[in-house]
Write a protein that binds this ligand. Structure first.
Ligand code: FA5
Ligand code: MG
Length: 408
């Protein structure tokens, strides 16, 4: 066993980091910056915008559905990719390097198989998801808990938690964010008297519920429904809200695939489900311009929010100047933008505001070049030239070392 350097307890599970970090381990791509966010549970802080928002959503459901929705907010973010039946857990489940998990509960929460995500779906790749070992991931959505809770007999519930994704870098994307899942099962008597077909009944009820929630949170706000696809719902929709001169996607939802209900003996029922992006909603609600702010300890941020207060508009303390740096390289076959963003984030942390592809071309020899613009900016202070040059030079070194690209 390796010496354990840090550990955190979440929902009865102990997750520990040992000091042997296997850089480039193909089966574990969780960096320290992500590990350090495990257990922070911003959604359980009553004075934090995410916690204030969560409580306001709870109020909406409590008063409109007579407290029928059960609430879960401390389920472990470490979940399995498929249905694992081992009880007690096998050794592999208990010790995961460089993260070890002890007391791994006998309930298996399934990120992919349980919610019908196809074997070849992009979201399963190491490029999109943080893997702890080949069968274990940091959940990439709260939908990971749907089937588990249905199996346990719950029929109407809200699941709030931190979720993890390798993703692009800009003001509305962060590798750790919070979602709230809603799930509601109906019985034939619910839709029979409406005279509607069950799917239509559920779809209409879902939209009505979420539009009501939006009114409860925002009063008036410009929004629109967009048809989309999820493996676990049909039909599926996304809700977008007009924010800062653009449409911002705040949630995904739909009528649950019958196969998921069948797994729990609910073949005669119909259900709807949604997954809210809490940071996105909180950005609109409190006028927060950048998603990195949610992680700030700066008192000028934290002191602006009060328990139970929804009407607060965030006053930016100052806008520090951005610094732009470009980097160009010839990419290789294995290059992905998420891997590049992960390298930049690993070096610059929250000092990177945005990474944008500004040029791409392929030469006669078939080599492809990418040019990215990196925007460095602190939320809390002015960065010095020296500091930014140093970051950029580290990015160049690391990109070359890790990503198999040729700098130009
Ligand atoms: C999902 O995660 C689905 N599980 C939602 C769902 C649940 C659909 C139940 C149907 C039934 P999606 O990948 O679109 O969907 O993410 C949901 C929301 O999370 C988005 O609308 C957005 O608000 C938020 N989100 C996604 N990626 C990020 C990110 N990198 N940073 C911050 N918020 C994000
Ligand atoms: Mg989406």
């Amino acid at each position: 066993r390796f010496p354990i350097v840090s550990a955190v307890d979440i929902g009865g599970v102990t997750i520990a980091r040992n000091d042997v970090v296997r850089d480039d381990d193909p089966t574990n791509n969780v960096p320290d910056s992500i590990f350090s966010k495990l257990g922070m549970q911003l959604h359980r802080r009553d004075k934090h915008p995410i916690g204030i928002l969560k409580n306001a959503i709870y109020d909406y459901f409590d008063s409109n559905y007579a407290k029928q929705f059960e609430k879960f907010e401390d389920l472990s973010p470490i979940v399995t990719t498929k249905q694992v039946k081992c009880s007690p857990p096998s050794k592999a489940c208990i010790f995961l390097s460089p993260i070890s998990v002890s007391n791994f509960p006998f309930v298996w929460c399934q990120n992919f198989d349980d919610v019908l995500v196809p074997a070849d779906h992009v979201s399963r790749s190491l490029n999109d998801t943080y893997y702890v070992d080949p069968q274990t991931v940091l959940r990439c959505h709260t939908s990971a808990h749907q089937a588990e809770l249905l199996r346990e007999g719950h029929r109407r519930f809200l699941v709030t938690g931190d979720v993890y994704r390798r993703d692009s870098i800009d003001s509305t994307h962060y590798p750790v964010f919070h979602q709230m899942e809603g799930f509601c099962v109906f019985s034939p008597e619910d839709w029979n008297e409406s005279g509607k077909d069950s799917t239509l009944y559920a779809a209409e009820d879902l939209k009505k519920c979420l539009e009501g929630l939006a009114r409860h949170l925002f009063g008036g706000v410009e929004m629109r429904w967009v048809d989309t696809y999820f493996p676990f719902t049909e039909p599926s929709f996304e809700l977008e809200i007009y924010f800062k001169e653009d449409w911002l996607e705040v949630l995904g939802c739909g009528v649950t695939e019958q196969r998921i209900l069948k797994q729990s003996g609910l073949e005669n029922n119909v259900a709807w489900a949604f997954g809210l992006g809490l940071e996105r909603l909180a950005m609109v609600l409190f006028d927060i311009p950048d998603i990195r702010l949610f992680w700030s300890d700066d008192e000028r941020f934290t002191s602006q929010f009060k328990k139970g207060e929804l009407g607060v508009k965030f006053k930016p303390f100052s806008k520090y100047p951005p610094c732009y740096k470009d980097i160009s390289f010839w990419i290789s076959e294995s290059f992905t933008e998420n891997n590049f963003c992960e390298v930049v984030r690993g070096i610059a942390g929250d000092l990177v505001e945005e990474v944008k592809l500004i040029d791409s071309f392929t030469n006669k020899k078939g080599m492809t070049s990418h040019c990215y613009r990196i925007v460095f900016r602190s939320m809390e202070r002015s960065l010095t030239d020296e500091e930014v040059n140093d970051l950029q030079s580290k990015v160049r070194d690391e990109v070359q070392r890790k990503l198999n690209v040729e700098l130009r």
